[in-house]
Design a protein around this ligand. Structure first.
Ligand SMILES: Nc1ncnc2c1ncn2[C@@H]1O[C@H](COP(=O)(O)OP(=O)(O)O)[C@@H](O)[C@H]1O
Ligand SMILES: [Mg+2]
Ligand SMILES: [Zn+2]
Length: 508
């Protein structure tokens, strides 16, 4: 006797279809699960025995074998409890419904309650792609799963609800499609609160418009953290596709809010300098996405950059360059996307006053150098926009003139993003920061006097070829913000001004 139930498994972010096969033959009662199950799957046996006992169902009266196919792929997690018990009920004749177009995912508690699993959205999307029409899963995962198109979601709190539904067609109804609420704008800190600082604000606007990495260097109290916290208020709107991508990462990491499961704002992840490399970029014996992946399609904010462990910062290099992070394990390698805008802030030296025209730095030259050198050149090389934030002028603070609101800045950012969308349609490039060297000449056309200015700066400042490309990409964003097809002189001038830190602080 034989039965078969569809389910799905998860490896990293990637879900795959699993067929749960059960067979029973006469003999001493045994219960085996094969097909590369990990420990959580093996423990499923104990949970299933307990639930069957609780429901007084005698379904294990023979030699029972459960196979999770494909047998060559490792099965990790507790999501197979529900499909296995369903396969046993089918085997025992308790359920006779045709379940070929259905998928079952869920963990059982000992009394038959269904507990949520991580990664439900990825699994349901994969099921839908494979032509599955219905998913049965824990109620706590139902809202998250309902954003998938073309598939009905049945969320249940208890296994008995699923039994009743499959036997009599009653007790459960498809989850209503969840329509996410956008966060009310008034809850986000606004740039209107920041007095003066027009240079810093426009650098941030350019960074947000082109998704350029940004470093702010300045003395304590100059408002670096204050400025960074306001970046979410001007970021371009997240697209639905991006929203699903980012939600999948949160789902796999177990960071979904069941009440508002879809990530509908670009994430802003402020990471403490005590973070480990694994915490920041991901990893662990059971691989988990790190902060940089939780910031996917949004901002990763590293405040007090030199306070981070140097090895932790170095671990960022590859992921920042590639836009994803690959974690290799004996069982295979998983990859998590991490397309982020990096925002970093730092003081110029341990006391904070190095480079200040008014305050005296009390640090030795060695100390200043050592402090700055905690940020390695390869990391700096990945930051297109580097600016000095000076303390706000007293006159700016005292006058209390109304400052431009985040909404007004956001409108310009969004326009510049629309221009980029058209420019990069049909390519894998998402924003100006991702312009590759093969197309840079084509998409970054300069007026003759802009060309001349760039050449002069190149000779005068001794820029590297890498710096040259970065200036062009940033200038492209400045031109987009101005609605200009060609890159003009002021755009080049602004882009060059974002490179001044190199020479003032890191010229060795
Ligand atoms: N331009 C400004 N406008 C209004 N308040 C400011 C400004 N700059 C600094 N402040 C005030 O100073 C505080 C300290 O700024 P903060 O962002 O923590 O500085 P930093 O991170 O550079 O050390 C802010 O919380 C804010 O109250
Ligand atoms: Mg600060
Ligand atoms: Zn100092």
């Amino acid at each position: 006797m034989f039965s078969q139930i569809n389910s799905a498994g998860l490896f990293g972010l990637n879900a795959f279809m699993v067929t749960v096969q059960a067979s029973i033959s006469p003999g001493q009662p045994t219960f085996d699960i094969v097909g590369m199950p990990d420990i959580a799957v093996q423990e499923s046996k104990a949970r299933i025995r307990a639930v069957l006992g609780h429901l007084q169902l005698k379904l294990l009266n023979g030699r029972v074998t459960v196979n999770l196919a494909p047998a060559s792929v490792r099965k990790i997690g507790s999501m197979f409890d529900l499909p296995i018990i369903t396969a046993l009920m089918k085997l025992g004749g308790l359920i006779t419904a045709d379940l070929t177009d259905s998928v079952f995912i869920g963990e059982l508690s000992l009394d038959g309650g269904l507990a949520p699993v991580n990664g439900a959205l990825s699994m349901v999307l994969t099921a839908a792609q494979n032509g599955i029409k219905r998913v049965f899963l824990p109620k706590a995962n139902a809202k998250e799963a309902s954003v998938a198109d073309g598939i009905e979601i049945y969320g249940a709190e208890h296994i008995t609800q699923i039994i009743e539904f499959l036997r009599h067609g009653t007790g459960l109804s498809p989850e209503e499609k969840y329509i996410p609420k956008r966060r009310a704008a008034e809850h986000i800190a606004d740039f209107a609160d920041v007095m003066g600082q027009s240079a810093a604000k426009s650098a941030i606007e350019v960074a947000a418009a082109g998704s350029h990495n940004l470093l702010m260097l300045g003395p304590p109290g100059s408002g670096k953290s204050m400025l960074a916290k306001r970046i979410p208020s001007i970021l371009p709107e997240i697209t639905f596709a991006e929203s699903i991508e980012t939600t999948q990462i949160y789902s796999v990491a177990g960071e979904i809010d069941p009440a508002e499961p879809l990530v509908t704002e670009r994430p802003f992840r402020a990471v403490s300098h005590t973070a480990s490399a694994v915490g920041l970029v991901g990893g662990g014996s059971i691989p988990r996405p790190g902060e940089i992946s939780l910031a996917h399609n949004g901002v990763l904010f590293l405040d007090e950059l030199p306070e981070f462990d140097r090895r932790v910062l170095e671990a960022l290099r590859q992921p920042l360059e590639n836009g994803d992070i690959v974690i290799s394990r004996a069982s295979g390698s998983v990859s998590y996307p991490c397309d982020v805008m990096l925002v970093a802030a730092m003081n110029p030296c341990p006391c904070g006053n190095f480079g200040s025209p008014t305050k005296k730095c009390t640090c030795s030259q060695q100390k200043v150098t050592a402090y700055l050198n905690r940020i390695s050149q390869p990391v700096l090389d990945r930051i297109d926009i580097q600016i000095e934030v000076k303390p706000v002028e007293y006159s700016d603070l005292s006058r209390r003139i109304p400052q431009e609101s985040s909404a007004a800045i956001a409108e310009r950012v969004q326009k510049a993003v629309e221009i980029q969308k058209k420019r990069f349609a049909g390519t894998s490039i998402k924003s100006n920061s991702g312009i590759t060297s093969d197309i840079i000449g084509e998409v970054c056309r300069l007026t003759p006097d802009a060309e001349e200015m760039l050449k002069a700066a190149f000779d005068r400042l001794g820029l590297s070829a890498r710096a040259y490309d970065r200036i062009l990409k940033v200038a492209r964003t400045c031109a987009d913000l101005a609605g200009s097809e060609e890159i003009q002189k002021p755009h080049i001038a602004q882009a060059i001004s974002f490179r001044s830190l190199d020479r003032k602080y890191w010229s060795r």
